[in-house]
Design a protein around this ligand. Structure first.
Ligand code: ZN
Length: 386
C-alpha cells in the first residue's frame, strides 16, 4: 500500500527528522540515502521520473536525485542540497530533528538551509496542472554541498544537461541573488632542519622562510586588490586571510617545519586555477635559494564565484516575482557549477543566512507562502504555455 503524499508541513517535518549531515570529518559524515529516497517517492507521486545517481568519493553512500517532468534541456531547474552541517545538540532549545513551531518560526536543523525548499516545491507542483506544459521541469537534490560539493561536481563531470533556467533555494530572505565570491584555500608547508639555536649553520629555519612567504603574500594581496574591483559587493575587492600558523617548539631550537593556512575570497571574474597557480609561484619565489622544502596540501579544490547576467530571463522573472532587485551575497553556493553546466542561475530562498549553520536554526513561517507563490509563478512562466 502506498501512502498518500503528505501535506506541506508533514513533508517538511519528515525531512527535518531525517539526519543528513555532511562533513569532511568522517566522524560526522552521514549518508543522504533516506533523504533522497523520501524525496524521490514524493516527486514520483507527483508524476515525475526520478533517478538516484550515486556520488563517488565518500565512505558512506551519497546520492544526487534528479526528478524530471518532460524532456529537453530548455526548461526550469529547481535545485537544493539535501545535507546539513553538523550540529551541537546541547545548544538547541528544542530537538533539532523535530520541526518545532514557536512564535511564528519553525525551528529545526536545516529549516533555513535548506530543507524547507523541497516541501514548497512539492506544494507548488501540486497546485498546478502541468499536463499542458511545453517545457520540462527538473528538481535537483544534491549531496554534500556543505562539505565537498562532491554532488554537484559529479553532476558537472557527468555532462548531464538539466535545463536552461535554474533557481537554488538557499537562504536569501526571498531576495534574488545573482553574484557571490569564490574561495581558494591553501595549506602551505615548509620543511627545513632543526638544530641548536646558538649555531644557525646547524639548521634551516622554516619559520623564517614562512615569514618571507607571508610578506610576499601580503604584497600580492595589495596587487590583487588594486587589480580587481566589483562595487556590487559590500567588500568590493578580493580578500586574503592568513588564518592559522603552526611551527617550531622551543625558543632555543631552530624551527624545522612551519605550516600556514590561508584563504582568498575571489571575485567572480577571477579563475580559481589561475589564482592558485599564481599563489604557488609567488610562494616558491619567496623562498628561492633557502633550501627549504615546499609542499602544498590540497584539501579543498576551491570554487569560483558566481555571476549570472543581470538581464537573464530567470533574473528578470525572479525580480518581478519577489519584488526585489537582485543582489550579491558573501556565501558560496552550487550556482557556479550550474552556470558552468549551461544554466542561468538565481539563488532565492525563504530562509535567512544569519540563522543558517547555527543552533536554533529556523525559517519564519511568513516566508513560506510567498516562496510557494514565487515557485508556482516561476513554473508557470518557464514550463507552461503563455
Ligand atoms: Zn545551504
Amino acid at each position: 500500500m502506498t501512502k498518500p503524499l503528505p501535506d506541506m508541513m508533514d513533508c517538511f517535518a519528515e525531512l527535518i527528522a531525517i539526519p543528513s549531515v555532511s562533513s569532511t570529518d568522517p566522524a560526522f559524515d552521514m549518508t543522504n540515502r533516506a533523504m533522497v529516497e523520501t524525496l524521490a517517492n514524493w516527486f514520483g507521486d507527483l508524476g515525475m521520473d526520478t533517478e538516484l545517481i550515486p556520488v563517488p568519493g565518500s565512505a558512506v553512500e551519497k546520492f544526487n536525485l534528479v526528478a524530471r517532468m518532460g524532456e529537453g534541456a530548455d526548461g526550469l531547474v529547481l535545485s537544493g542540497h539535501t545535507d546539513t552541517v553538523p550540529y551541537n545538540e546541547a545548544g538547541w532549545s528544542s530537538d533539532p530533528f523535530i520541526l518545532t513551531e514557536r512564535e511564528g518560526r519553525l525551528y529545526g536543523l536545516g529549516t533555513a538551509d535548506m530543507k524547507s525548499f523541497f516541501p514548497l516545491i512539492i506544494e507548488a507542483i501540486r497546485s498546478l496542472d502541468l499536463k499542458s506544459r511545453d517545457r520540462p521541469l527538473v528538481v535537483l537534490a544534491t549531496a554534500d554541498e556543505e562539505s565537498s560539493m562532491a554532488g554537484v561536481r559529479a553532476l558537472q563531470d557527468s555532462g548531464m544537461r538539466l535545463g536552461r533556467h535554474a533557481l537554488i533555494g538557499e537562504p536569501t530572505g526571498l531576495v534574488p541573488v545573482i553574484k557571490h565570491k569564490g574561495i581558494l584555500i591553501e595549506h602551505i608547508e615548509l620543511t627545513g632542519q632543526s638544530g641548536h639555536s646558538s649555531d644557525p649553520s646547524l639548521g634551516n629555519n622554516a619559520l623564517e622562510g614562512m615569514n618571507r612567504v607571508m610578506n610576499r603574500l601580503l604584497e600580492w594581496r595589495k596587487e590583487l586588490q588594486s587589480s580587481f574591483h566589483d562595487s556590487s559587493f559590500r567588500v568590493p575587492v578580493p580578500t586574503m586571510n592568513l588564518g592559522a600558523i603552526r611551527g617550531g617548539d622551543n625558543p632555543n631550537r631552530i624551527c624545522a617545519s612551519c605550516e600556514l593556512a590561508m584563504d582568498i575570497r575571489l571575485l567572480p571574474e577571477m579563475a580559481v586555477d589561475e589564482i592558485r597557480a599564481a599563489l604557488r609561484e609567488k610562494v616558491a619565489a619567496a623562498i628561492e635559494g633557502s633550501g627549504l622544502q615546499l609542499h602544498f596540501k590540497e584539501q579543498h579544490a576551491g570554487m569560483g564565484g558566481m555571476q549570472t547576467p543581470a538581464d537573464a530571463e530567470i533574473v528578470r522573472v525572479a525580480e518581478a516575482l519577489s519584488g526585489r532587485e537582485s543582489a550579491t551575497v558573501a556565501f558560496g553556493t552550487e550556482g557556479p557549477y550550474l552556470n558552468a553546466m549551461g544554466m542561468q542561475t538565481v539563488i532565492l530562498g525563504p530562509g535567512d543566512i544569519e540563522v543558517a549553520h547555527q543552533t536554533d536554526e529556523f525559517v519564519s513561517m511568513d516566508r513560506l507562502q510567498p516562496m510557494q507563490k514565487i515557485l508556482e509563478k516561476m513554473i508557470q512562466h518557464f514550463c507552461l504555455p503563455s
